[in-house]
Every structure is written in structure tokens, then in C-alpha cells.
Design a protein around this ligand. Structure first.
Ligand code: AP5
Length: 590
């Protein structure tokens, strides 16, 4: 029923049907400041974007159209004057990619005096970023043109903000590599102030570093309006404010390159990276496309480099690959458990983006996870009820847990596919016996937890009693008996409640390990997916800023702190030892 929504966004791309050749450039008159591109309205972004995260295992026999022999897709980033434009000239010469520079596109609009240009001008001249709506529309339209699809693209100067990076993610536009040119600040200022452009050839010169070849060229060189020292400093500041958030989106495909060397040497590094990528792509395209192969499985060769579990888990927000890895991991574990007839299941996933102890729930990631699981079971013909606890108690205690406020509404507004799943195979409800209908096949409970002064367990118990043998899956429950608003523990029936909470069997567990009292750096991780053992990993730094997770040991039961300590210290099992010393991990881990 829902399987066809599982393919990558290639066929779902909102611009896929956009006739690029008929519209070679933007029509400025169609643009209003609040984005009047009807095909790129915020609504359509959301509408289409929500599919990009759906990962439903396609039914056998379904052909997923994965394009073979894909051209290179490259992003280049770096501070102002880090040499992006200079390297792009060389990359285009060698690899024939379509160079898309937002700076150049905007400058062209400014010099043609278009409406976009007039709006962009004041931002550019003052060294500020042009509003996202304008730039994103320009870039996505340009990327959708035939030449970029056929020859591949080289995106220069975009994304420049987290929102821009997310726009591309949502459209499933993702580069193969993210190159960052790294140059010290003082050099950047000198480069900008000395930069000159040839308006005839578009070539970039520098008065000292790359002087023009002839007097004739020299005479016609122009200086960019934003190349004064003061404006460069402000551009640099803006770049720094945004850099971390953008690079977190591309952390798994980032290659930082020392840009403070002669341009030919820098290009040598870039050349070898791109040549290798091209080789890998060609080798991949030689493989026959399997009938049931999922494009997302191929999307990231980085997954292979993760060797077990994803790296860079401290970078928040997590990249789409990382999120997909975990959605898939949880999905497979819950499917195996349900298929084995297990009915009381618990998923505990504590990647930083879902860790309620560091922050409130990162609700978007939690919702995506729930959607992937629910849709996948629905795809197997099960009627799934997704439940969020509602308000509890009365008066001052009427509220629900802070982390869950608004969650039900978000679930209702989310895109559940165009195949009629919502309302039929998927329903949204709350927690309690009266929510259990005869036709429901299973229940997914979103982060059930004890609010201050209220205990969810009685409702939960009534619900599971009503559910009988039907599976109930708790996603990130917090069922510890917390103190009430008065600071008093709910002592009445406490033992029974805790016993009930413990009756749910773990079908997925993931937690990062840190030194006691810290949340950085990550020391390792524990992972368990039903029906397999607990796996203990150690995080190891590798040269050039990379990292990997090395498997240390496996355990039938969740390992104790002592067992973890011993494994990290390389000691044999079952040695008597106190849970203390340097390896006393994050308190409350277990
Ligand atoms: P944009 O044109 O993209 O400017 P930028 O990112 O600040 O980068 P530059 O073009 O200044 O430098 P570059 O890294 O290309 O360096 P280059 O090769 O020229 O954007 C301009 C404006 O447009 C922004 O400020 C913003 O307002 C707007 N904008 C653009 N994109 C946007 C977006 N996505 N969202 C919102 N607004 C956006 O080299 C610099 C100089 O150094 C040259 O003189 C060169 O000859 C020299 N040089 C280069 N390499 C070397 C080397 N290895 N050694 C010595 N000298 C070198």
C-alpha cells in the first residue's frame, strides 16, 4: 500500500517536473520579497520534504529507479576570500561541472538591475547575507536545469546558513563531498582588499598574488563593492556564526583543506579527492541495480566508513545519514521483536539529538523516528495507533510533561504519505484504556513519562491490559518514579509501579558513554538490537580529525559499569572491582 513512497526523493523532487529549458533564467517579476515562487513556496517545501525522511522497506518486486552513472555533486565552502572562486575555476576546467556561485548569480542580478538584484544589493553591499528565500529559490532553480543534472554541479557559496542547508536536505539535494577551505583571518582580509575582477572574462586576480597578465587587462579590472576591510570583517563574522551549524549537516562528507598554500597545491588535493570520488561512482554504476534495492542504502558510502555505528555523534543536528541509520536500526529491531511475538517492548535511544537529559526532546527527530516505525508496520498491513499522553490531573497539575506539549498536534499535521494511511492504518491517540479499539493491531507510545505530580503508569497499565496480546512499543519512556511538585515522592504503590515499568522488554538500546560528570568527549557507546547481544564500542580518534568506533566486547545482559570499565581497560571478564576511578561513567547511565 505505502511502499512506493519509500524511494528516494528523485521522483518526488518538487522541481522534477519543472521545465528548466523553457525557463532558462529567473523571472524577476514573479518574485516578491516574501517568496512568491509558487513552486517553491514554504508549503511546497514542507509538503515534499517530509517524504525525504521516510524510509519504508520497499516490497519485493518494486523497482526503485536509482539513477546510475551519476555525475559529481560538489559543495565548496570557506570564509570570504578563502579562494572558493579561484579553486572553482580549476575544478570546472578539469571536471566540467556546472559552477553555481550564489555570489556571481546575485552580482549578475544586481548589475542587470532586476527586482532580485535591487533587493539583494543593500544586503551585499553591507556584507550581510541576502534573505534565504531569494537565494534558495535561485539555487534550486539553477540546480534543476538539465546541464547541472547531466554534467554534475559545483555549488559555491551556498548553503550559507543552517536554514539554507536544511532547505537542500529537505529537497534531498545532497553533495557527494563538502570541501571547506581553511585560511587564517589576517590572510583573508589582505586577499579581499587586493582582489580585482576582470568584467570581460570573469577571471579573479589579486594585485600582489595574481597580477593581471597585461596592462590592457589591468586597466579594465574592477573592485567589488564589498571588498573593503570593514565589510570583509563583517562578512567573516557572519561566516563564522553560521559555519558550525552548516558543517554539522555535512559532517560525514566534510573535507577540510588548508587554503593557505599556493592555489595549484590546493587544487592538487581537491583534484585527488574528486578523482577518487569519480572512480568510486563509476565503479558503483557498473553494479546492476537490483529490483528491490533501496536508493537510500546506496546514498552514503560514508556508512561503510562508520564501521558499525555512525561517527561524529556530537555534531548536532545529526546529518540525515545518521538519523536514517538510527531510524533503520530501531525499525529492524522492533520488527524482529514483533515478528517473534513479543508484545511489551521498549526502545531507548539516547543519541544527543534525542537525549532528554541534555535538553528537552529534540521533537523533530523523535517524530521522524515514530513516523518511520509506524509507516513501516502499516506498510505490512498493521493498523497502528500512535499515542501521546494528554493532560493529566487537575488544577496546577493539569499539564502534561513539558517535552510532550504540542506533540500530538505535530503528529496530526505531519505528512503521512499520499496513500491514505492516516486515519485508516495509522491513527493518533493518547494513553489510556479507552484508546484501545478493536481494530487496532499495535500501539506505539511516544515517550510516556511521569509528569511532576502525576504518574502515567496507571493509565499505561490499563491500556496494556486492554491491548492484551497486541504489541505495545514504548519509545524513550521515562517511567522512573519522580518526585511530585511538592517535592514528595509518590510512595504509595511505588514498588508495583516500578515493577510494571520493568516488565517491558528492551528491543533497542543505544547510549553514548562519557567520563563521569561530562558530556564531552564521547568515550564509547553501547548498542543492543533485538535479539542480539549488547555491544560495547570504544570511540577512537583517527588522524586528520576523523574518528571510528571499535567493538570492544559483547554482553548477554546490559553491562554494568564495572564490566564497561574492565572492557575499556582491557581487563579480563568477571574480575572483582568497584565502580569507581577514572572510568566511572556518566552517572545514571543505568
Ligand atoms: P560571494 O561572492 O560568494 O563571496 P564570499 O563567500 O565572501 O567569497 P568571495 O567571493 O569573497 O571569495 P572566494 O572564496 O571566492 O575567494 P576568491 O577565489 O575570489 O558572496 C558575496 C555576497 O553575496 C555575500 O556577502 C552575500 O551578501 C551574498 N551571498 C552569496 N551567497 C549567499 C547565500 N548563500 N546566502 C545569502 N547571501 C549570499 O579569492 C579571493 C582573493 O584571493 C582573490 O584575489 C584571489 O586571487 C586570491 N587567492 C585565491 N586563492 C589564493 C591562494 N591560494 N593564495 C593567494 N591568493 C589567493
Amino acid at each position: 500500500m505505502l511502499a512506493s513512497s519509500s524511494s528516494t526523493a528523485i521522483s518526488l523532487h518538487p522541481l522534477a517536473n519543472y521545465n528548466a529549458s523553457a525557463t532558462p533564467s529567473l523571472n524577476p517579476s514573479s518574485l516578491s520579497f516574501s517568496s512568491s515562487y509558487s513552486y517553491l513556496s514554504p508549503l511546497s517545501f514542507r509538503l515534499h520534504s517530509s517524504k525525504t525522511h521516510l524510509r519504508i522497506t520497499p516490497k519485493k518486486g518494486l523497482r526503485v529507479s536509482c539513477s546510475t552513472n551519476e555525475p559529481l555533486k560538489v559543495m565548496i565552502s570557506g570564509a570570504p576570500a578563502s579562494g572558493k572562486g579561484t579553486q572553482c575555476e580549476l575544478i570546472v576546467q578539469k571536471f566540467g561541472l556546472v559552477h553555481i556561485s550564489t555570489g556571481d548569480l546575485l552580482r549578475a542580478e544586481v548589475s542587470s538591475g532586476t527586482e532580485i538584484g535591487n533587493k539583494a544589493k543593500e544586503f551585499m553591499n553591507s556584507g550581510r547575507l541576502v534573505p534565504d528565500e531569494i537565494v534558495t529559490a535561485m539555487v534550486t532553480v539553477r540546480l534543476s536545469r538539465q546541464d547541472a543534472k547531466e554534467k554534475g554541479w559545483l555549488l559555491d557559496g551556498y548553503p550559507r546558513s543552517f536554514a539554507q542547508a536544511q532547505s537542500l536536505e529537505e529537497l534531498n539535494i545532497r553533495p557527494d563531498i563538502y570541501i571547506v577551505l581553511d585560511v587564517p583571518d589576517e590572510i583573508l582580509i589582505d586577499r579581499c582588499v587586493g582582489r580585482r575582477l576582470d568584467p570581460v572574462t570573469g577571471k579573479i586576480y589579486h594585485l600582489k598574488n595574481f597580477p593581471p597578465e597585461s596592462e590592457e587587462i589591468k586597466a579594465r579590472l574592477v573592485t567589488r563593492a564589498d571588498d573593503t576591510e570593514e565589510k570583509v570583517k563583517s562578512r567573516l563574522e557572519i561566516y563564522k556564526q553560521n559555519a558550525a551549524a552548516i558543517s554539522s549537516t555535512y559532517s560525514s562528507i566534510t573535507n577540510k583543506i588548508d587554503g593557505n598554500r599556493p592555489k595549484e597545491i590546493i587544487f592538487k588535493d581537491i583534484d585527488s579527492l574528486l578523482s577518487q570520488l569519480l572512480k568510486d561512482k563509476t565503479a558503483k554504476s557498473m553494479k546492476p541495480v537490483l529490483q528491490t534495492e533501496n536508493c537510500l542504502d546506496q546514498a552514503s558510502s560514508n556508512e561503510e566508513k562508520w564501521r558499525g555505528i555512525p561517527t561524529r555523534l556530537n555534531n548536532i543536528p545529526h546529518s540525515r545519514e545518521i538519523r536514517n541509520y538510527f531510524y533503520d536500526d530501531v525499525l529492524q529491531a522492533t520488527q524482529r521483536a514483533v515478528n517473534d511475538g513479543r508484545t511489551r517492548l521498549k526502545v531507548e535511544i539516547n543519541i544527543p539529538e534525542l537525549n532528554p537529559e541534555m535538553d528537552v526532546y529534540r521533537i523533530g527527530t523523535l517524530m521522524e523516528l515514530v513516523r518511520v516505525i509506524a509507516l513501516s508496520f502499516a506498510d505490512d498491513g498493521k493498523r497502528v495507533k500512535v499515542c501521546v499522553q494528554g493532560s493529566m490531573g487537575e488544577g496546577a497539575l493539569a499539564g502534561m510533561p513539558l517535552q510532550l506539549a504540542g506533540t500530538r498536534k505535530i503528529l496530526e499535521f505531519m505528512d503521512w504519505g499520499n496513500y491514505g494511511a492516516m486515519g485508516t492504518f495509522i491513527k493518533i491517540g493518547s494513553i489510556g484504556a479507552k484508546e484501545v479499539d478493536e481494530e487496532d493491531d499495535m500501539f506505539i507510545l511516544v515517550a510516556p513519562q511521569n509528569a511532576v505530580g502525576n504518574c502515567i503508569i496507571d493509565d499505561l497499565r490499563a491500556m496494556t491490559d486492554a491491548a492484551g496480546k497486541r504489541p505495545v512499543i514504548l519509545i524513550n519512556p521515562r517511567l522512573k518514579d519522580l518526585p511530585g511538585s511538592s517535592g514528595i515522592m509518590q510512595t504509595m504503590g511505588r514498588d508495583k509501579r516500578l515493577e510494571y515499568a520493568a516488565s517491558f522488554e528492551s528491543c533497542y538500546f543505544f547510549r553514548l558513554l562519557y567520563y563521569a560528570g561530562t558530556q564531552y568527549p564521547i568515550m564509547g557507546a553501547i548498542r543492543m538490537t533485538y535479539p542480539y547481544d549488547y555491544e560495547l564500542y570504544k570511540r577512537v580518534d583517527e588522524p586528520s580529525g576523523k574518528e571510528k568506533y571499535v567493538s570492544l566486547s559483547t554482553f548477554k545482559e546490559r553491562p554494568t559499569i564495572d564490566e564497561i570499565n574492565d572492557a575499556f581497560l582491557g581487563k579480563p571478564r568477571n574480575k572483582d572491582k568497584k565502580a569507581s576511578g577514572i572510568w566511572g561513567f556518566l552517572s545514571g547511565v543505568f
